[in-house]
Design a protein around this ligand. Structure first.
Ligand code: ADP
Ligand code: MG
Length: 320
């Protein structure tokens, strides 16, 4: 490598995150030393992005840096946790300065937005692969889980699922759309917005929560299974963005809202008795979430349209 590993870390990653007083020792030693505040529990997650598997090989480097952190922020959001510290394991085919600068800028912007310090990592040579570990806090005993929901709880989703899957299809030229819709949808794939503030606020309201990364229908099903309940979704209630509607038409847009991936939205349950407080304290127009169904006793997941159960082929729906 033209750059030595030490100068690469120094130049691109030493100052990449937010500055935090609870970092006793950050990048530069053999390991980081971190001060955990009293009364909290540590919440830990890690996610890996492999080039050509989790993002197209020639994605904008800023997007790769953003997404590597965003997918982890989304996992902490689903736990109701406040993010604090990240570690970055980076495998690179070569140390290309333009690429590294843009990658670090994408990561840095999102890290600072959420006050996350980059406290360490690892740098190796090999096929492009980015692994981020993220640590955060919840008040002791306060983490949201997938498993806390009960029959009768209302089911919600944040944002507009399906946009990112359409954005990826546009990136890969499997789909075409009007220029404005195209720009919006690509942005939703390349720069997803993890719902960190919503996740924290939901600790006071939600009985269960999961982040939507593999498609809403499947992830709502995971929440339901973990809670030992059935999930009933309403097709007409699914939120669909105008650009997605413009690209696919209403029917296909709603189907993609159910099955698309890479949304990084939150799907959460709220007991019927808590709905008044939820809507008053977290107004849906401001916080950007929509009721999509109800949890019932039993098991499995179904989607109702005009009161009848929709059938989905086992292999999933082919959109493009
Ligand atoms: P060691 O060989 O002892 O593991 P390294 O030379 O790999 O140490 O790393 C030196 C310092 O730089 C450590 O603090 C490590 O956490 C940090 N570091 C290495 N790679 C990265 C990276 N990609 N991003 C952030 N910090 C990194
Ligand atoms: Mg060492």
């Amino acid at each position: 490598m033209a750059l030595t590993e030490t100068s690469l870390i120094e130049r691109y990653f030493r100052a990449a995150g937010a500055q935090r007083a609870d970092v006793c020792l950050g990048i530069g030693d053999d390991a980081a030393v971190l001060q955990v505040p009293p009364g909290v529990e540590l919440v830990a997650t890690t996610d890996t992005l492999v080039a050509g598997v989790h993002f197209p090989l020639h994605s904008p480097p800023a997007s790769i840096g953003h997404r590597a952190l965003a997918v982890n922020l989304s996992d902490l959001a689903a736990m109701g946790a406040r993010p604090a510290w990240a570690l970055l394991a980076l495998t690179l085919p070569q140390a290309q300065e333009d690429w590294l600068g843009e990658f670090a800028a994408g990561l840095t912007a999102l890290a600072r937005e959420h006050r996350v310090a980059l406290v360490g990592g690892d740098t190796t040579r090999g096929p492009l692969c980015i692994s981020v570990q993220l640590l955060g806090f919840v008040p002791a005993g306060g983490a949201l889980r997938r498993s806390g929901a009960h029959p009768g709880d209302a089911l919600f989703v944040s944002g507009c699922p399906g946009d990112a899957a359409a954005g990826l299809a546009l990136e890969q030229a499997r789909l075409t759309a009007p220029p404005e819709a195209r720009a919006y949808l690509r942005e939703r794939f390349l720069f997803p917005s993890p719902r960190v503030a919503l996740g924290e606020a939901l600790r006071a309201h939600a009985s269960a929560c999961i982040d939507v990364s593999d498609g809403l229908l499947g992830d709502a099903g995971k929440l339901a299974a973990a809670s030992a309940v059935a999930a009933e979704l309403n097709f007409e209630a699914l939120p669909v963005s105008e650009p997605l509607r413009a690209a696919l038409g209403d029917e296909q847009a709603r189907r993609l809202a159910l099955s698309g991936g890479d949304d990084y939205e939150l799907c959460f349950a709220v007991p019927a008795a808590g709905l008044g407080a939820l809507l008053a304290q977290l107004p849906p127009q401001r916080w950007g979430y929509t009721r999509i169904g109800t949890l019932r006793s039993g098991s499995g997941t179904c989607v109702l349209r005009a009161g009848t159960v929709m059938e989905f082929s086992h292999s999933g729906y082919q959109h493009f």
